[in-house]
Design a protein around this ligand. Structure first.
Ligand code: MOS
Length: 703
């Protein structure tokens, strides 16, 4: 059935704007919420699920010569071992990341080369350890550095242009009186959601049911069905509870294909696969390392005349992913002469993918540290420098701004943080054994709206409504805020909404990614609710329903729609050990109307913590001899812990953005991480006079 497309009109907030408790909060904290490998699934004959365990490659490039499963099959409980010779064939092997067990080629260390099925998780794990995989190693290249050969991708992540050029930036840079010319790097960073990737799959001979930990049940169905040679209706993906994703669960990855293939070998018997934390470092995407060469040319008062941001990242030879690090430089500041470029190095490594604010996060680290350096060279306060470079219209498109309030975020943040009291000179404040400094950075994230969303509204008994859309709540609060949006659109309290979501059998919902979930699903729910009221009035008989597809509401062609923010940080650097502490971190944001202050605050604080984590700790290391990610667990890949987070706060401007959504809201999932690492690095510079241009900002930099 194709639903009529309806473009909604703005709604008045009533439940929107209130701090409704999370609808699934009690289930989650009491353990009643069942995650992907906890669903009580039994097979057709009542037998319990089998457990799958992945066996992965130990060479970075080469081929599988032989898989000897005899010892594994002799182990108690082991049922079968799938390899590239015995696994079911996929209908399409063009996506080399997803072409699991289809041939003998090894494209990176940690690639799936066999899957063990056993009666228990323990026997599957032991069986996997007993599988002997003979591999032929071929010469590999896994080191990403300044000498890596690069190419220009056709486009970068998000579909943005690879390069842009306005005016003559090189000539303008050559004659600029105040300049910055520096290179900034960010390391490989790894999404580390609380719940690792996991799935339970059941093939009943006609239909595949997948309880998956994913950010998009419909996108997973849409990708897996054609790979498996099935109609979309033959695949059902459910994800009622997801323990975080940060982008790693935004696109299907190899483990989902592996568990589906495994299930198809045992019709009627469910198969559970829990990807280990260590396996996640190769199999579920990561943020590629980046190198940004930033050149700024300004007048003596700090006004930019020219900017160049030339960004390089690395990708896997088996599948391209081009981190769009220079894209935010296209919208941040006015400069008549400007160029941005992206180049990519292809290596024999795991496939990089989305990690919270891909592009914006590493790109704005580079850009906002460069702006701090420019402020110093021009003798202009860093907040004033940004205000002076405020563009009248979007420099990228020439469109008027929808709702650019960066200056107000900067001013509000400066006031609340006590910025005015800051000494101008770096290395000016000592408190006992600690150098003390403050720093700031701006942040931005585009308003993204995904087409194709469809919602169904049905009247129920007692004045209640059923609202259905295949959206998913990965811990953000989507389940709660969508009920609030539906309630306001239907003119009822949120308690009267029964929300059905996270099931691919429901009307189409797009991915919980690009900070576009609430924006896109919410717009569809409002469209369907308004059409429902037009069809059935405000006192409908129980059992009537309306399904509507979301027309494009957001004025993306007429206006530049972006969120903005300002991050302020106090850093302390130990004079003798170089230890860095961050006693204060504040973000002030313009993100449109906030639908639920409680869950929004969690999103923004979570983003700030993740930015702090990137600033100080996160650092993925690859062994050049083997391509192995040696920092493949949370003991060696450090993320910020409770003790690292001190005074932390986020606030937002009161506003409503009616050019973006009928709710007045924009996305909030990612902007909190953007600019945060730059604010921390800039604060450590102000504390010590030592400029760190390479993340993470570790103690050794100050010794
Ligand atoms: Mo986010 S990296 O788009 O899930």
């Amino acid at each position: 059935m194709t639903a009529n497309e309806v473009t909604p009109t703005p709604i008045a907030p009533s439940s929107i704007g209130t701090s409704l408790l999370r609808r699934d909060g009690v289930e989650k904290v009491t353990g009643a919420a069942t995650y992907a490998v906890e669903h009580p699934v039994t097979g057709a004959d009542g037998r319990p699920p089998l457990h799958a365990w992945l066996v992965t490659s130990t060479v970075a490039r080469g081929r599988v010569v032989a898989v000897d499963a005899s010892a594994a099959l002799d182990h108690a409980g082991v049922v079968s071992v799938l390899d590239h010779a015995s696994a079911p064939r996929l209908a399409d092997t063009s996506d080399r990341e997803l072409a699991v067990l289809q041939d003998d080629a090894v494209g990176f260390r940690g690639q799936i080369v066999a899957v063990v099925l056993a009666e228990t998780s323990e026997s599957a794990r032991e069986g996997a350890a007993l599988v002997r995989v003979e591999q032929e190693a071929q010469p590999h290249e896994v080191v990403f550095d300044a000498d890596s050969p690069t190419f220009a991708p056709e486009e970068v992540n998000g579909g943005s242009e690879t390069d842009t050029l306005d005016g003559d930036p090189d000539e303008a840079l050559a004659r600029a009186l105040v300049t910055v010319d520096a290179t900034y790097t960010t390391p490989h960073e790894f999404n580390s959601p609380l719940e690792p990737h996991a799935a339970t799959a059941l093939w009943d001979g006609e239909r595949l049911t997948l309880h998956d930990s994913t950010q998009g049940p419909r996108p997973v169905r849409g990708t897996l069905a054609p790979l498996l040679g099935l109609e979309e209706e033959q695949v059902r993906v459910l994800a009622p509870y997801v323990g975080g994703g940060f982008g790693s669960k935004g696109l299907p990855h190899a483990p989902e294909v592996a568990v589906a293939l495994a299930a198809m070998t045992v019709p009627g018997r469910p198969v559970r696969l829990a990807v280990t934390r260590q396996q996640m470092f190769a199999l579920t995407g990561y943020r590629t390392a980046t190198r940004s060469h930033v050149r700024l040319g300004a007048h003596p008062d700090g006004r930019l005349e020219a900017l160049r941001h030339d960004a390089v990242s690395q990708t896997s030879r088996i599948k391209e992913f081009a981190e769009q690090s220079a894209v935010p430089a296209r919208v941040m500041y006015a400069a008549p002469h400007r160029a941005t470029t992206h180049r990519v190095a292809e290596l024999d490594v795991a496939v990089p993918s989305w990690m919270r604010a891909p592009g914006e996060m590493p790109g704005m680290f580079a850009h906002e540290v460069a702006m701090d350096e420019l402020a110093l060279h021009a003798g202009v306060d860093p907040v004033d420098l940004r205000v002076r470079n405020e563009p009248e219209v979007d420099p990228d498109t020439g469109n008027p701004w929808g709702n650019r309030r960066l200056v107000e975020c900067l001013r509000r943040g400066a006031e609340r943080f006590g910025w005015a009291d800051r000494p101008v000179e770096p290395r000016a404040t000592v408190d006992g054994e600690w150098w003390v400094g403050t720093g700031m950075a701006a942040s931005t994230y585009p308003m993204l709206w995904m087409p194709g969303n469809v919602a169904r509204i049905r009247s129920l008994d007692g004045g209640r409504y059923g609202v259905a859309i295949a959206a998913t709540d990965i811990g953000t609060g989507a389940r709660t805020v969508l009920a609030q949006i539906a309630a306001d659109a239907l003119g009822c309290p949120p308690e009267a909404i029964d929300l059905d979501m996270a099931d691919s059998d429901l009307p189409f919902g797009s991915v919980a990614g690009g900070s576009s979930g609430t924006t896109s699903w919410g717009t569809a729910i409002v469209a369907a609710a308004q059409q429902f009221r037009a069809d059935h009035g405000d006192h409908p008989d129980p059992g009537v329903e309306t399904t509507a597809a979301s027309g494009q509401y957001a004025d993306m062609d007429g206006h530049a729609l972006h969120s903005f923010g300002a991050v302020f940080c106090e850093a302390r650097v130990h004079r003798y050990t170089g230890e860095v502490r961050v006693p204060r971190l504040l973000g002030v944001y313009s993100v449109g109307r906030v639908v639920n202050p409680r869950t929004a605050r969690s999103q923004l604080l979570g983003g700030l913590v993740m930015g702090l984590s990137a600033a100080l700790f996160e650092d993925g290391w690859r062994d050049p001899r083997t391509g192995h990610t040696v920092t493949q667990d949370l003991a060696t890949y450090h993320v910020a812990a409770h003790a690292d987070v001190r005074e932390l706060d986020a606030e937002w401007l009161e506003e409503s953005d009616e050019l973006s959504t009928p709710m007045g809201s924009r996305g909030i999932g990612e902007i909190g991480i953007v600019g945060t690492a730059a604010a921390v690095a800039n604060a450590t510079y102000h504390a010590t006079g030592v400029r760190v241009r390479d993340l993470p900002v570790t103690a050794d930099r100050f010794l």
